[in-house]
Design a protein around this ligand. Structure first.
Ligand SMILES: Cc1cc2nc3c(=O)[nH]c(=O)nc-3n(C[C@H](O)[C@H](O)[C@H](O)COP(=O)(O)OP(=O)(O)OC[C@H]3O[C@@H](n4cnc5c(N)ncnc54)[C@H](O)[C@@H]3O)c2cc1C
Length: 409
């Protein structure tokens, strides 16, 4: 079949992009590999989702349900149990090849939205010596066991990494009756959101050991213990190892956008975001008509902003033919999205999503266009784990630059 737009992935990003495109009058197909739409939120049973978007604290499944209901009500066609294996360019759009129980098939569209989410870094991507017995899980896999399958994968738990999913699982496992011995973080500062540190560790008396890592796993069939050690500023273990008996090691060491599909179009992955470079409507800077949204584009800390940027893409589908792209230059930032600005289509506001490489009590973000300072925004308590979202209003013809620096310098 042929559609105006095909969306790959029925998580909150894909569903919201589909809703917005459908409401703009486009024919839309959403393709999802899992049996049910909703993405990773199906297993996030804790609350705290949707405070910005809906003004209420929803659980992950409730947020996913609202997004799915809205996409269906708008008339988006959703195919589940269907895995996209390949995407390619055609003369006027894209071809999407899939496999499902019904066999292999393909559909075509004028525009394509990648909403494939992110995956976790695995224990194999961090250096831990020893065996790989049962009982070494990523935080997401552990969340899946506990929340979707009703299984408790361990009773004495060590958590490596202070990412949000690890913190949330520290609380979840405690509530389910397991003993969480501690969270070990190699960096000198925690990686998770401050609210998760308070609500998931402090409220349950779970210790956070900064500048510590797990160096060894012991056990043949099942984890019996791990060794933990202090690390220096280069994260190299120093000093004595302490043996901590446990039957579960949960690894929460970061998320990476899932991006094999864009690579099949020959697109490069941006080193800082691990997604593709886009303009302010989330359209690829290199392939017109291709969009990337949600965690596939860059890892967001709040699903509310996943939905926001996905809706921006959905509304834009099929609107622009010519673009005047300007690269967003940056100073003092880890990254900024969008990496390009279509100067011919600047709206009332352009939203920039960015991360700082450093901690600041007080900082200032300045936007320069065509060499002139256009807008300034003061921000407080800036932390690398927390994304900054700043709307700027400006016009530009040939240059855009965003600078983050300490306030008052
Ligand atoms: C394990 C885990 C736990 C998380 N917990 C939280 C949390 O507690 N709170 C929070 O705010 N955020 C959490 N996040 C971040 C969360 O991913 C975002 O908040 C939000 O779900 C991102 O939405 P998304 O639509 O971009 O991605 P997802 O929700 O991941 O949806 C992507 C969808 O694309 C589908 N897909 C991928 N590749 C293909 C393909 N080739 N063919 C067909 N379908 C495909 C996937 O099956 C999935 O349904 C978590 C992330 C992970 C990985």
């Amino acid at each position: 079949m042929r559609y105006d737009v095909i969306v790959i992935g029925a998580g909150p990003a894909g569903l919201e992009a589909a809703r917005a495109a459908r409401e703009a009058g486009k024919t839309v197909l959403v393709i999802e590999r899992e049996a049910r739409a909703g993405g990773i939120l199906k297993q996030c049973v804790h609350d705290g989702f949707g405070v910005i978007r809906y003004g209420e604290k929803l659980t992950g499944p409730e947020y996913a349900y609202r997004t799915l209901t809205a996409a269906k009500a708008a008339g988006a066609e959703i195919k589940t149990g269907t895995f996209v294996t390949k995407i390619s360019k055609t003369a006027d759009g894209f071809k999407v090849e899939t496999t499902s129980r019904a066999g292999m098939a393909s559909d075509e569209s004028l525009s394509l939205i990648l909403a494939t989410g992110c995956r976790e870094r695995t224990p194999r991507q961090v250096d831990i010596h020893g065996t790989r017995p049962a009982g070494v899980l990523t935080a997401g896999a552990c969340q899946n066991f506990v929340n979707l399958k009703g299984l408790l994968p361990g009773k004495r738990v060590v958590i490596l990494g202070s990412g949000d999913i690890g913190l949330i699982m520290a609380r979840r496992l405690t509530l389910e009756g397991a003993e969480v011995i501690g969270v070990y973080e190699a960096k000198s500062t925690p990686s998770g959101l401050e609210r998760n540190l308070r609500q998931c560790l402090d409220d349950f008396g779970i210790p956070l050991h900064l500048k510590h890592t797990v160096t060894d796993v012991y056990g043949q069939k099942r984890v019996e213990a791990v060794a933990v050690s202090a690390v220096d500023d280069n994260m190299t273990p120093v000093g004595e190892k302490t043996i901590v008996p446990c039957d579960l090691l949960v690894v929460s060491v970061g998320l990476i956008p899932e991006n094999e599909l864009h690579e099949s179009l020959g697109l490069k992955t941006a080193p800082a975001t691990k997604g593709i470079d886009v303009d302010q409507y989330m359209m690829s800077a290199d392939v017109p008509g291709l969009y990337s949204v949600g965690n596939a584009l860059h890892v967001h800390d709040l699903v509310d902003y996943v939905s926001e940027s996905a809706a921006t893409a959905g509304r834009d589908v099929g609107k622009r033919r010519e673009r005047n792209l300007i690269k967003t230059e940056t100073e003092g930032l880890q990254y900024v999205v969008p990496q390009y600005i279509d100067a011919s289509a600047l709206g009332e506001k352009t939203i920039f999503y960015m991360r700082s490489p450093k901690y600041y009590k007080k900082a200032v973000v300045r936007l320069y266009a065509d060499g002139e300072l256009k807008q300034t925004k003061r921000v407080t308590n800036v932390r690398p784990p927390e994304m900054l979202r700043i709307p700027f209003s400006f016009e530009a013809e040939d240059s855009v630059r965003i600078v983050l620096e300490e306030d008052g310098v």
